[in-house]
Design a binder for this molecule. Structure first.
Ligand code: C2G
Length: 130
């Protein structure tokens, strides 16, 4: 059994998120998703996500190709999470290419192409301008 792990904020959930999670699952048999905490986002971007972490976890948990969900408290703990969840493969979008190669000691790392022309930031801008 091949266990896949991936991470993200998944704020204002959209089809780009569905695509990466669906493709991540298709690389193995069991998909574990680390949803970044509200505080992690605030520290990184100086704003809180539109959807709070419990709502984001609820949305991700409801997907049929997601088997397990946890809150990612820190970007630096990738390796601890990979070990805790016994992951064989780390999947990230290609906006992160090269950034997590340091965990290759413990698992495979695959960067998948992002879905073009959609992002949370863009959706927020569109809704703002309506
Ligand atoms: N994504 C995608 N296509 C898009 C938008 C996003 O494939 N059009 C992917 C991203 O590459 C990422 C995942 O969806 O793999 C989640 O994206 P974000 O919510 O933006 O998460 P991010 O801020 O990249 O993750 O440890 C990583 C952190 O949790 C932050």
């Amino acid at each position: 059994m091949r266990r896949i792990i991936t991470f993200g904020t998944f704020d204002v959930f959209h089809v780009g998120h569905v695509n990466i999670l669906e493709r991540a699952y298709s690389l193995g048999d069991y998909l574990i998703v680390g949803v970044s905490s509200d505080n992690l986002n605030f520290n990184k971007k100086k704003r809180y996500p539109v959807y709070n972490q419990s709502d984001r976890v609820k949305i991700i948990s409801s997907l049929r190709f997601v088997n397990e969900v946890f809150i990612e408290e820190s970007l630096e703990q990738k390796l601890d999470y990979i070990r805790t969840y016994n992951a064989d493969v780390l999947v990230m979008g290609d906006d992160w290419t090269g950034k997590f190669d340091w965990v290759k000691t413990d698992c495979d790392v695959v960067y998948l192409p992002r879905t073009p022309s959609i992002s949370t930031t863009e959706i927020i801008e569109i809704v703002r301008s309506i």
